[in-house]
Design a protein around this ligand. Sequence first.
Ligand SMILES: [Mg+2]
Length: 348
Amino acid sequence: MKKRQKLQRKDLGQAHLMAELGLIDQIRRGQTTRSRGVVLGIGDDCAILRPPAGSEVLVTTDLSLEGRHFRRDLHPSASVGHRCLARGLSDLAAMGATPLAAFLSLALPREMLTTAQGRSWVKGFFAGLQALGKRYGVPLAGGDTAESPDGLVLADITLIGSAPAGRALRRSGGRAGDLLYCTGQLGGAAAELQSMFAKGRLPRVTSTANHPQLFPEPRLAAGASLLKRGFAAACLDLSDGLSKDLGHLCDESDVHAEVEEALLPIHPLAAAFNSEETLRLALNGGEDYELLFSAPADVRIPARLAGVPITRIGHLTRRRNGADEMTIVRKDGRRESLQRGGWEHFSD
Ligand SMILES: [Mg+2]
């Protein structure tokens, strides 16, 4: 009995290893993006990176867990790969950093490596991830794979970036009197997710454009421009929703924020809902991956940065003890306390 168990374990290990080796070969072959910052990529024990002289290295990790951050029955595999990388790139964008390389740890259910349908899912995942990486010159420079024991896909990505020493944008730079801005439009990702829930099946996607939930665009060029031109006092990316992320900015900068409903740039997909739901999607929807930043009132912010529209949505004031942290001025002039109602993923 003991011998049989051991043999089975060995067989399982070997089958797994072969599949894993095939997968790594596949990733390596699909890896055509080159970066000057990567001296040595996939194939050795470690990758070797060379950040530009005079820069600091920025590191961020993002976990994509099936059932929490995506659903295999609703998100096409290319979207899961795209979103996995986009989330990390958006964190780099938030600090004005330039990406150097990505590292991916991937746990896949056994059938992903042993069935044609599973292999096609994995292929789609990497196609989505590598297409986005190629657009921004971010190679996958290493990672690890393992068999997921519970049938769920788990992708953990690490992004390495660089920024001129001492210049990376932070959440803590906001001051009372600053004006508050965001890039792009709000509520689109949550609105698209709602319609995906309503349809309840895999969407047919022919292009990555105009799919804020499936294929969000990390605002790397806008973030780099904010840093380079010295516009932003504080900056972060909108991953959890405006109300939650603005709360982070208020905490780190020790300020109060006031947002004007009438100024919010609403994504057309969110505007299709009734007005209260539209506002809820814009404030709490999350996953828009736009940038939220503050700038002193005397800094003239252009209408577009790196081709992305910039909208003033409010301002920062002094924080008073015991007062609400954030206020929203409704369209009719009513002032309401803005609560952190950010997106709670799928765990409601
Ligand atoms: Mg972030």
